[in-house]
Design a protein around this ligand. Structure first.
Ligand code: 5CA
Ligand code: ZN
Length: 420
């Protein structure tokens, strides 16, 4: 599928130090390159939207976070391979389409287009590989066939609806030196069971070898879309295998960063990694990076709760995208936080004060501030620290020279994606 328009990213003299990010799998900060290969190619997979209610501030915050990873790598002279999926066939999308009387394909297409427009407005660099679940089915079928052949996947007898042919992953049989249950999330079994039930899993399904075993292939049901799955029978793909296959098909193994919101740690990223290790005996990614949840009025912002602040609505109301992006950058990516109108008003004031001060920036001020922004960003994406540094510069009395204005404007754009 096509993504969205590539923004111009200015090349700025100097370069960012090696980016360190917090790795959920190890619980430590981790360099995203070794010191002797600081400019090695980098690669990233970020889980994309399920297109039925795009793009709320939670989505925006997550994609802008990984855009900062992307920009920091580019600034340090690395080339970046970036893939993202679209979960364009899955239960919640089909349920929403059914409830609103819209064809699921039309709903997905409309929401993906809205998402593209929002990403473009927010100055997010697009992935080179933007792949829908539907597009990935021909890649996925042989992978699941192979798991069946190795007895790491199995067919479950018909459930209450009488349909035969659902295929599950054998979690415990699949453990090996590249992956064990908990390798990514480090959760205990009780926590896993809670999240599994909450986030699309079916611990109660009769006939599974273990309650946590995730679905790989769902046999065709009356009224649901389905595809020819060769030896798997007719059906549609499970969620984790879809991302696992798209990532492995389009990126090197292991790739540098696997990204998404913290709601994807378990089961989604745990099992995406498990599926890769089961097939290929290697780790899926080097670093698992997760963003905090954005909420509204005391609750996590989510499509199912309906407490959404949509990027498109704010844009339609005339809010400048750069101010929205400045709100997102004002919160550290690993903290949970709540969207408020006050945060937006503050960001609008900050952007105005930065713009005004830019007009009188010396070369020396520009290089000093850029160094500071670079070191904040390399330290686990400390964007709030970078914005505070910009505030401090803006609060200094205006100088008489403006020979640093262009450099600083371009640097703030290249590193933070803020177009002043
Ligand atoms: N399609 C799957 C991933 S394969 C999915 O989770 N889609 S989503 O539309 O629900 O979310 C898209 C991305 O936004 C995911 O990375 C998710 O973790 C993140 N996200 C969703 N809600 C929030 C939120 N309230 N705050 C921060 N990030 C969020
Ligand atoms: Zn995913």
């Amino acid at each position: 599928m096509h993504a969205w328009k590539n923004p111009e990213v200015p090349q700025v003299v100097g370069s960012a130090p090696i980016l360190e990010l917090f790795n959920t799998a190890t619980g430590n900060l981790q360099a995203t390159a070794s010191a002797d290969a600081a400019k090695a190619d980098a690669s990233m997979y970020v889980c994309g939207i399920t297109p039925y209610d795009a793009t709320h501030m939670g989505h925006a915050s997550t994609y802008v976070t990984f855009d900062l990873v992307h920009r920091t790598w580019l600034d340090s002279g690395r080339s970046v391979a970036y893939s993202q999926n679209i979960t364009d066939v899955d239960d919640p999308l089909l349920e929403r389409a059914e409830a609103t009387g819209v064809d699921w394909r039309d709903l997905a297409e409309e929401q993906v287009q809205l998402f593209r427009d929002d990403m473009e407005a927010l100055n997010v660099i697009p992935p080179q590989n933007y792949i829908g679940a539907v597009e990935s089915i021909s890649w996925l079928v042989p992978v699941v066939e192979q798991l069946l052949e190795s007895d790491l996947a199995y067919k479950v007898p018909a459930g209450p609806d009488g349909v035969e042919g659902d295929i599950y992953f054998d979690t415990y049989a699949a453990q090996n030196d590249a992956w064990k249950l908990g390798s990514v999330s480090n959760y205990d079994r009780e926590t896993m069971l809670g999240f599994f039930a909450e986030r699309g899993g079916d611990p109660q399904r009769v006939g599974k070898r273990d309650s946590l075993d995730p679905l790989l292939w769902r046999a065709a049901r009356e009224g649901e879309p389905s595809w020819d799955g060769a030896k798997l029978g007719t059906g549609r793909p499970g969620w984790h295998i879809e991302c696992s296959v798209i990532a492995r098909k389009t990126l090197p193994a292991p790739f540098t960063v696997q990204g998404g919101g913290s709601d994807l740690i378990f089961p989604h990223h745990e099992f995406s990694a498990a599926h890769a290790a089961a097939g290929d005996h290697h780790e899926l990614a080097q670093t698992y990076v997760h963003t905090g949840m954005v909420g509204l009025d005391g609750e996590k912002m989510s499509k199912s709760l309906g407490n959404l602040v949509l990027v498109s609505k704010l844009r339609a109301a005339g809010v400048e995208p750069v101010a929205i992006r400045a709100v997102l950058l004002s919160q550290h990516y690993r903290t949970d936080w709540f969207w408020t109108d006050d945060l937006l008003a503050t960001a609008q004031e900050r952007v105005a004060s930065w713009r005004e001060r830019l007009e009188t920036t010396s070369q020396h001020e520009a290089t000093t501030l850029l160094d500071s922004i670079r070191s904040h960003m390399a330290n686990d994406l400390d964007a709030p620290g970078a914005l505070d540094a910009i505030d401090q510069w803006a609060a200094q009395p205006a100088g008489t020279s403006n020979d640093g204005a262009q450099l600083l404007r371009e640097g703030i754009d290249a590193l933070l994606g803020l177009k002043l």
